[in-house]
Design a protein around this ligand. Structure first.
Ligand SMILES: [Zn+2]
Ligand SMILES: [Zn+2]
Length: 540
């Protein structure tokens, strides 16, 4: 999607559900979103980047009950954990909130009241799973049974192991209580429904204008073409945002979670005199881009825009959906131990190598199959073999023979090569093709390697004053290429590129350097330090 230059941009990343630790599957959304934001900033756009912890719903309540602590305590622990992980990985949100905040309660209540006022919410008596032994209703994951669509074992809210369908309360067959294991019964209970069926026509035309990745639009279109069923938006729980006027019901977690995007914007811009949150969410004065995983397309392309439309809010402009992560060809599973924890990973490897791997290993919308082998190959062949090697050879030679950036004019073909890769990189980011982005920049490093070898500066340096001057321009050309690689790879590897930036004699902060700097000739006379190796080989 080409972005209008005159509008501010809000980029959001899917909210992590905070009942467990971060695994590398989570990062498939956060790392590319962070790259996207960093690159837009280099292109001089006005961008804000927000996220926060998703704190409500039954899994957190169940895990609190199992540990004998409160849901608040579970949330606090993992909220802090995710903040630490994002910091360690340099996923640099302008604001990281959580959906149990006072302002999210308030905003959710306001939106639900607006939907009621506009006639999009109605009451209905439904059959809800109830456990006679425990004496309570069993919302969502409190109940397990058979999927009414495919017959597989399913959770109360989703056929998670088989057909993937969202299940409405009361749909599950042969329900069993998750707490005591006994058979549950169905009991009449009043619930509130969102009139999703009224939005079918709106959604069909909205999806035609929605930007982002094709997988998100196509998947959502399939749903709209079939029958859109109204959506039960209340649950019998204590933990959550109270449904207006009802002490016994909270809203379903998928109502208040995306509303977090709005309340986090409010919290971020509180006291900001230049722009207020409603410019983003009420006036259509901004571009809203959601980064999500393919497992929550339905929620972001159907529920969410219908809710926003029904309550009179601005609509998202793009939904970017990343493919899921597998490990050694198998589905991620915490219960089966097929998982790679982020903190364990970061104890052994530099965060930038993980960022690089996630972005370069497969196209953003495709599945990423993680293996230690493919991780080591990428680091060893590309970061150590191509980039690290080039930087080390060129800088060792330059430091030994010049000790500073040499005199001389940069060849026109160098600027042509840089401009070409810059344009490819911009196009790739606009198309959410982050692998292509990395490939374009790495081909510039390749070009540098070839230029260095072809002109054999180690022979030139021995050929008197004239040879040394010629050698100096060759080195300066390659340093210019390194400077460009460094600027363009900063969104992928922010820490390593800051190190490299200093190695080529630059003193500024590479994070705030814009793309115009790509074609500014590197200054002669800047001192070069004795280089150290940027990346370490990984032994299998
Ligand atoms: Zn199913
Ligand atoms: Zn029970």
């Amino acid at each position: 999607m080409e972005i209008p230059v005159d509008k501010p941009i809000l980029v959001t990343s899917a909210l992590p559900y905070v009942n467990g630790e971060c695994h590398i599957g989570h990062l498939r959304t956060y790392v590319p979103a962070d790259l996207y934001v960093r690159m837009l900033r280099k292109m001089c756009y006005n961008v804000r980047f927000i996220c926060g912890s998703d704190t409500h719903g039954t899994p957190i309540v169940l895990s609190a009950e199992a540990q004998g602590i409160t849901p608040k305590a579970v949330v606090k622990r993992y909220h802090e954990h995710f903040r630490q992980v994002f910091k360690a990985l340099n996923v640099d949100f302008d604001y990281y909130g959580q959906t149990d905040s006072e302002s999210n309660h308030r905003r959710t209540e306001e939106i639900v009241k607006k939907l009621i006022e506009n006639g999009y919410v109605y009451k209905k008596i439904t059959k809800q799973a109830y456990c006679n032994t425990c004496g309570r209703f069993l919302p969502d994951r409190y109940v397990e049974g058979k999927c009414p669509y495919c017959g597989a074992i399913a959770r109360g809210d989703e056929c998670d192991q088989s057909c993937g369908k969202h299940l409405e309360p009361g749909e599950i067959i042969e329900p069993k209580c998750k707490i005591c294991g006994n058979d549950a019964v169905f009991k009449d209970q009043e619930q509130f429904f969102f009139l999703l069926s009224a939005f079918a026509e709106f959604l069909a035309s909205y999806l035609d204008t929605l930007g982002g990745t094709l997988n998100a639009r196509n998947y959502a279109r399939e749903w709209v073409k079939k029958e859109l069923r109204d959506w039960c938006i209340t649950r019998n729980l204590d933990w959550g945002v109270k449904f207006p006027g009802r002490d016994d019901l909270v809203v379903y977690v998928w109502v208040d979670a995306p509303i977090g995007y709005i309340s986090f914007t409010e919290e971020l811009l509180k006291g900001n005199e230049d722009i207020s949150w409603d410019r983003y969410w009420k006036d259509d004065a901004a571009v809203i881009v959601h980064f999500i995983g393919t497992d929550i397309i339905y929620h972001h392309c159907i529920f969410w825009p219908a809710m926003l439309k029904g309550a009179g809010y601005s609509l998202p402009d793009a939904v970017v959906a990343s493919g899921m992560v597998k490990i050694n060809g198998e589905t991620f599973s915490k219960s089966r131990g097929n998982v790679v924890w982020t903190t364990e990973f970061l104890k052994r490897f530099h965060p930038d190598t993980l960022r690089y791997y996630i972005i370069s290993q497969s196209s953003h919308t495709k599945e990423l199959d993680f293996s230690w082998n493919s991780f080591a190959m990428r680091v060893n062949n590309e970061l150590v073999g191509v980039l690290g090697n080039l930087v080390h050879r060129v800088l060792t030679f330059a430091h030994k023979n010049f000790a500073m950036v040499p005199e001389g004019d940069i060849e026109e073909e160098i600027f042509v090569a840089i401009s070409k890769r810059r344009d490819e990189a911009i196009r790739a980011v606009e198309e959410y093709e982050f692998k292509k982005f990395v490939d374009a920049v790495m081909s510039l490093a390749d070009f540098g390697n070839r230029a260095f070898h072809r002109q054999e500066p180690w022979h030139l340096i021995k050929k008197g004053e004239e040879g040394k001057a010629r050698c100096g321009t060759v080195i300066k050309d390659v340093l210019q290429l390194l400077k460009a690689v460094c600027i363009l790879l900063e969104p992928v590897m922010p820490e390593k590129m800051q190190e490299m930036w200093h190695l080529i004699g630059m003193e500024s902060d590479v994070h705030s350097v814009k793309l115009d700097e790509l074609l500014v000739p590197i200054e002669s006379g800047q001192a070069l330090v004795k280089p150290k190796k940027l990346f370490r080989r990984i032994e299998l």
